[in-house]
Design a protein around this ligand. Structure first.
Ligand code: FAD
Length: 70
């Protein structure tokens, strides 16, 4: 039986991003309840980046992602 160091629940962009960060350092398992990844909010995103997106708790995360996305 395979063994993993980290289990991530949900294969939206949040879970997938976390998995990509952790994967070089540990064996990662992503568990998704739907039949495919990106089924919910991620699959509906218009995929634009704006530093004013979201409320006060979200905007710092959006701004922090800017360099990577650019
Ligand atoms: C119409 C629309 C347009 C948008 N446009 C933009 C945009 O242009 N730019 C932008 O930055 N953001 C946009 N967003 C917001 C962005 O899409 C979301 O913030 C982002 O996709 C959230 O990702 P997530 O991984 O947190 O959630 P999700 O994509 O919802 O992923 C969560 C995953 O977890 C799974 N899951 C949940 N519970 C369990 C469980 N118990 N067991 C197994 N799996 C589970 C779900 O099935 C799902 O696949 C938009 C959102 C919508 C709805």
């Amino acid at each position: 039986m395979s063994r993993y160091d980290v289990a991530i629940i949900g294969a939206g962009i949040g879970g997938a991003s976390l998995a990509a960060e952790v994967a070089p350092h540990a064996r990662v398992l992503i568990l998704e309840g739907e039949s495919q990844p990106g089924y919910h909010a991620t699959g509906r995103s218009a995929a634009f980046w704006s530093e004013t997106y979201g409320g006060p708790n979200i905007q710092p995360l959006v701004i922090a992602s800017g360099d990577f996305l650019h």
